[in-house]
Design a protein around this ligand. Structure first.
Ligand code: NAP
Length: 534
């Protein structure tokens, strides 16, 4: 581990903010290139998202054999994933293994929150102030995660609530025991859908406050199929290349047929097959589910029928049925979510028409009732893709604040570089495919690209590299144009920043991993078009 006092005002080639999947690989890669680097991480261990999201049932819904690093062949051969979809503790174990295996910890400073990053135009370097000191570097890389800045709703009186409050995205390390407790949970997104079945098993009573129902499909998790895993391992690098050619960067088993071209029997058969196999591959059932509203409605109706067949109380079933398009809010994968509403100790409260008016010390009031509970779980999501960076006072050229810039319009050229902020890179920043893909290959692609770019800049003798405003704006327009051809902008989602009051509504992630990679490669091949140097 980095000795805080000794290194607190040292100068590096690169400062990396964040010690999750991105920060760890960034450090490894920089070191391999002979560059000096330090990682500042706020948590008391590595892991990022997987360090903080320890809520009951936290699990990844991308298959384990794909949700893992590919940069080291021996690592991917050696590692054995116990389950088809990995649990948070297993992923954290893997991240810790990687940190030890590649001897990364000696350049990681834990429990160190980055407070500000200021660009010195004369010296062409970043001055980073942390909770423990300061450091300088020519380059700064924000590896702060897309879903790491928690969103706590600003409901009147929420601070008056006297029971214990837990946010799924910042769950305590010590065990939380809800036995004998009444619990209120706010939110019904992926985190809630994973945790509700487990909290319901423990709590005396669980009140679920739902503003918008979500579509969820069974995860069908289970032990890793060793035969299948061996087959993948026998040709892991080829398998990875095949996945990189898929739209989402992972294998969704996309059916080439459109939903319209098959009979209704064939359609239902396909949905049934995918429902039984489990997971997000449900969205790959037909080629046009995400681009054609009628096609999408066939999938939506199929899931609604499933809800109706699982949930015994028709009124509750009806409340659980979303009326938006499948996938425009991220599809969830669950283990027994809908059937949990058949339990006597679970009550669903619709707050769409009767919103929460205030919290009190013992619970909350809606326009049609009062609810008391011992503990409150906030499963209210994140200020996605820009929130974690905006929390840091980042100041670029001419004293301009990144927070102020992003309030007006959160954008970055290729999700990698920001106009007015030279030598600053974002891993999976706004405008990158990131959250619409398998995060791991997306992270590795960004880290490789950033490292090449830093090397190239140094090789050419430039002191700084900066995205041009024109390139940034053109890219942001393109991101929205592509999304506009799909069902994604048709509902209020965090993809659009719509979950954060006051956040500008713009589509944040880029749709399509292969064309994005091709674009990044072409930019690099052509001497980093869209960037300027000094
Ligand atoms: P989320 O999807 O943003 O869900 C937040 C929930 O809180 C929504 O139901 C939202 O309702 C509700 N909410 C927010 N503010 C509210 C307010 N003021 N009043 C009432 N309700 C409010 O957050 P999340 O569940 O943490 O998931 C975020 C993302 O993390 C996922 O989409 C996914 O990408 C990732 N994730 C992945 C996994 C996995 O791999 N399995 C697991 C967990 C999370 P509205 O919909 O009405 O806004």
């Amino acid at each position: 581990m980095v000795n805080v006092d000794k290194k607190s005002s040292q100068k590096y080639d690169v400062i990396v903010v964040g010690g999750g999947f991105s920060g760890l690989y960034m450090l490894h890669k920089l070191r391999k290139e002979g560059l000096s680097a330090v990682v500042f991480e706020g948590g008391d261990n590595v892991g990022g998202t997987w360090f903080w999201n320890r809520y009951p049932g936290a699990r990844c819904d991308v298959p384990s054999m794909q949700y893992s690093y590919q940069f080291d062949e021996q690592l991917q051969q050696d590692w054995e994933w116990p389950e088809r979809y990995s649990s948070q503790p297993d992923i954290l174990k893997y991240i810790n293994h990687v940190a030890d295996r590649f001897d990364l910890r000696r350049d990681i400073q834990l429990q160190t929150w980055v407070e500000s990053a200021t660009y010195n135009e004369e010296e062409k370097q970043w001055h980073v102030k942390t909770s423990k000191g300061e450091a300088f570097a020519r380059f700064c890389v924000m590896a702060t995660g897309c879903l790491s800045s928690t969103n706590t709703p600003d409901v009147p009186g929420i601070k008056e609530y006297a029971g214990q409050v837990f946010h799924t995205g910042n769950w305590p390390k010590s065990e939380v025991d809800f036995t004998g407790k009444t619990v209120g949970i706010l939110g019904t997104g992926s985190s809630a859908i994973q945790s509700i079945p487990l909290i319901a098993e423990q709590a005396e009573h669980l009140y679920v406050f739902q503003r918008t129902p979500n579509f969820s499909v069974p995860a069908a998790n289970g032990p890793t199929n060793r035969q299948e895993a061996s087959k993948i391992k026998a040709r892991y690098s080829e398998f990875r290349k095949e996945c990189a050619n898929k739209f989402t960067g992972y294998d969704m088993h996309l059916n080439e047929k459109s939903a319209a071209e098959v009979s209704s029997n064939e359609r239902v058969e396909e949905y049934e097959k995918r429902w039984a196999n489990g997971g997000l591959m449900f969205l790959g059932a037909f080629s046009d589910l995400l681009i054609n509203e009628d096609a999408n409605e066939t999938a939506a109706e199929f899931i609604r029928q499933k809800i109706s067949s699982i949930v015994e109380n028709p009124k509750v079933a009806s409340l659980l049925m979303p009326d938006h398009k499948v996938g425009c809010k991220r599809l969830c994968a669950d283990s027994g979510y809908y059937s949990t509403f058949n339990r006597d100790n679970v009550t669903l409260i619709d707050i769409s028409k009767n919103p929460i008016s205030s919290f009190q010390s013992m619970g909350l009031t809606t326009s049609n009732g009062e609810w008391t509970f011992d503990n409150l779980v906030l499963a209210t999501g994140f200020d996605a893709m820009t929130g974690a960076i905006s929390k840091i006072h980042v100041t670029g050229k001419q004293g301009n604040s990144l927070r102020e810039k992003w309030i007006k319009n959160p954008k970055a050229y290729l999700g990698l570089g920001i106009s007015g902020f030279p030598n600053l890179f974002t891993i999976n920043g706004p405008g990158s495919p990131s959250v619409l893909t398998n995060m791991l290959p997306s992270i590795e692609q960004h880290v490789n690209w950033i490292t090449d770019c830093i090397n190239w800049t140094k090789l050419k003798g430039f002191d700084s590299i900066e995205a041009t405003l024109e390139a940034e704006e053109t890219w942001a327009e393109h991101v929205n144009e592509v999304a506009g051809q799909t069902i994604f902008p048709t509902c209020n989602s965090w993809y659009l920043g719509a979950n954060i009051p006051g956040k500008k509504r713009t589509f944040l992630p880029y749709l399509g991993f292969p064309p994005y990679v091709e674009k990044c490669e072409s930019v690099a091949r052509n001497n980093y078009t869209g960037f300027e140097f000094s």
